[in-house]
Design a protein around this ligand. Structure first.
Ligand SMILES: *Cc1c(COP(=O)(O)O)cnc(C)c1O
Length: 387
């Protein structure tokens, strides 16, 4: 059997005629950048997420960069980020000559641990970027309370979590000042290249995002501020408008796959329950836990990634790959251990939970079209390795 980490062809086949029509529409209109397709997508995303304003951009990374620019993050400002995330979360801070300040992860969710944020706040701190890692909301109540107390801006990195809901039922990205999403093909809502979105409840911020998306000129060619080229292509917006109505059912299929993994790992005697944080005789596989599952909201976790932790991780990866099972490490190196960040003051601090995750994590296939047989094959292959 062959189980890819992600098989985008299955999703394409299921929507082929509509997607092809969207591509042709752009070809025939010859209207490539921004325009009515982008505006339409922005309206659809706002409505879907319950956001007041959506501003389409060129990638998830550019969404974060633009958000920080709109919030006037400048050289020397400090921005709090989890040390365990995709590089862009911290990279955008450094690109503005601001200083990323790292915080360790919660051992269950892998998201930023809010109880460790305040110790990192100084008089230079301007913002926090919580990441909703793997498709599950960070603990936004705690984060927003700290932000309010210290007068900090909050930019939500929802690149992996579009439509994921926090415990109050709000979609991630609509809770802080600006929410950022990525439409990179491997995200739950992916386009045919690079794309992203910023959302906000604040009309003034939305206007700043729009102006800075196109170099910061207002009116055009008259600059009181500096922006960049962060525009979204019409072709990507067209593709995303076709896919958006299916997002909920894809996320539900991912949740169902996660439920099946848990059942099979428990039945195989490899785990007792979800959310254990240390390996032992009865828990040879640590299973992810959807911590807001009991809130009654449908998208409590959208499982962009399904990440387990094991001993002998690298050997297991080799074993899985030799059995034609795709898997990946998200992420092998936390920010505090990255060469480019080695001189940052907060790189000298200790981050035991992030270090542990970096050394023990494996992302297993979780995409919606997986079959029960494929998931059984993955669990059986892991069981054979453990015995
Ligand atoms: C994918 C991702 C990004 C960047 O998105 P791109 O569209 O690839 O630029 C940022 N943050 C996180 C957490 C991501 O997973």
């Amino acid at each position: 059997m062959n189980v890819q980490l992600l098989d985008l062809k299955a999703q394409y086949q299921s929507l082929k005629s509509e997607l092809d029509a969207a591509l042709l529409k752009t070809a025939e209109s010859q209207y490539f950048i921004m325009g009515p397709e982008v505006t339409k997508l922005e309206d659809e995303i706002s409505e879907y997420l319950g956001a007041n304003h959506s501003v389409g951009v060129s990638s998830g990374t550019d969404a974060l960069l633009l958000a920080l620019m709109a919030l006037d993050i400048k050289a020397g400002d400090e921005v709090i980020v989890p040390t365990y995330s995709f590089f862009a979360t911290a990279g955008v801070v450094s690109r503005l000559n601001a200083i990323p300040v790292f915080v360790d992860s919660d051992p269950v969710t892998f998201n930023i641990d809010p109880t460790q944020i305040e110790a990192k706040i100084t008089d230079k701190t301007k913002a926090i970027i919580p990441v909703h890692l793997y498709g599950q909301s960070a603990d936004m109540d705690a984060i927003m309370e700290i932000a309010k107390k210290h007068n900090l801006k909050v930019v939500e990195d929802g690149a992996q979590a579009i439509s994921a809901q926090y415990k109050d039922g709000k979609c991630v990205g609509t809770i802080g000042d600006i929410g950022c999403y990525s439409f990179f093909p491997s995200k739950n809502l992916g386009c045919f290249g690079d794309g992203g979105m910023t959302v906000t409840m604040d009309a003034d911020l939305a206007e700043l995002l729009k102006v800075k998306r196109v170099h910061g000129g207002k009116p055009k060619y008259y600059h009181s501020m500096i922006g960049g080229n962060f525009r979204l292509d019409a072709i990507q917006a067209g593709v995303l408008s076709v896919k958006l109505p299916h997002l909920d059912s894809w996320s539900q299929a991912r949740r169902d796959n996660a439920t099946l993994y848990t059942k099979l790992f428990v039945e195989a005697g490899l785990a007792e329950e979800e959310g254990k944080i240390s390996l032992d005789e009865n828990n040879k596989v640590l299973l992810p836990k959807a911590v807001y599952k009991e809130t009654g909201h449908k998208n409590y976790h959208i499982y962009n990634q399904y990440v387990i932790r094991v001993e002998k991780r690298d050997e297991l990866i080799a074993h899985l790959r030799s059995a034609n099972i795709g898997c990946e490490i998200y992420y092998p190196v936390p920010f505090h251990k990255q060469e480019c960040f080695k001189d940052l003051p907060s790189s000298k601090d200790e981050y035991p939970n992030a270090d542990y995750a970096a050394e023990h994590s494996i992302a297993l296939p979780i995409y919606p079209e997986l079959t029960k047989e494929q998931i059984e094959y993955v669990v059986n292959t892991i069981k054979a390795f453990m015995e």
